[in-house]
Every structure is written in structure tokens, then in C-alpha cells.
Design a binder for this molecule. Sequence first.
Ligand code: IMP
Ligand code: MG
Length: 178
Amino acid sequence: MNIIRTLFSKPDIDNRIRALGQELTEFYQGKPLTAVVLLNGAMFFAADLLRHVKTELFVDSVCAGSYVGNQSSGQVNFRSGLKLPVTSRHVLLVDDILDTGVTLAAVKAEMEKQGALSVRTCVMLDKKRQRSAAGLASADWCAFEVPDVYIVGYGLDADELYRNDPEIKYMENPGREL
Ligand code: IMP
Ligand code: MG
């Protein structure tokens, strides 16, 4: 059986998100901003964070991924795209976790291709690990740094389970019986 331990509690998350929201509010003041949420993993983080961003804001989403089960396949595919045009808009990509960075690099390139004024990234978690040249090296904003372990909860899944857990946790035996 997997043992799941808490890394960040609900109060830890709430406090950090409030501070991050204030930083983003100051940074994007007066700029035409579109937040693009990467589904499904970032939906909980983005819902909480963006309510602390006090600017005139469009919110859209894309669904892109490289993971199959607990392993990154290295190939990014888009299962759904933007509804809003990003031309002449600053884009803030909101994602759950920067792991290999391959997904965010691919989505960022796509937003630039679609004519965004700027594309910046905000992730809930930055997994401290070696990243390949194909991956985004770092995010512009990050709520928490985490070690290179398998994380679940607060949007993050293991085979689609645990997304609704209100805390950020790690699994001691990922890939084994869930
Ligand atoms: P990347 O392209 O390797 O940076 O990661 C892409 C996606 O993989 C993330 O947005 C997550 O949805 C998923 N992922 C990466 N690491 C973890 C983890 O530790 N737990 C759950 N999902 C993860
Ligand atoms: Mg996932």
C-alpha cells in the first residue's frame, strides 16, 4: 500500500497563494492579461490563485499533457485549445507542477506562435530536478519548491485519483497499487 504524507497543509497553501496573488496583481497592473490554466492539474490552484489577482483579467484554459500514469512520455499533445485569442494580450500560464518542463515549454511556444504580447509562467510546485534541454528551465513564479518525489492532491493526480484532496502530499511508492 502507498503511504501518503502531507507536504503543505491547507493554511500553508492559502497563505502562500494570497501572497502570490498580490505579487501578480502588482506585476500585471494596467496590462491586458489573459490567464491560461492548464487542465486538469491546475484547476484547483488557479481557481484559488486567480481570485487573489485584482486586475482586469480574462481566464481561459488548455488541456495538454505528456504523462501516462505516473511517467512522462516526453511527447506533448493538446486535447483542447484556447477559446479566446491571445493576440495583443499578456499571457500568464498557470500550471500545477514544473517537472520535466516539457509541457510548459510546448504550451509557451504555442502561445507565442499565436501572437501573445508576453508569455510568463506561474506554477504551484517546482520540482527540483535536472531538466532536459526541451524543458522550460524555471517558472517566473512558483508557490512552493518540492523535492523530486511523486506529488498528489490539490489538483495533482495519480491515475486521476487524489485531485480533490485539499492538501499537497507525496506518495512513498508511486506506480504501485493505488
Ligand atoms: P512536465 O511536462 O514533466 O513538466 O509535467 C507535466 C505534467 O505532469 C504536470 O503538469 C503534471 O500534471 C504532471 N506531473 C508531473 N509531476 C507530477 C507529480 O509529481 N504528481 C502528479 N502529476 C505530475
Ligand atoms: Mg496529471
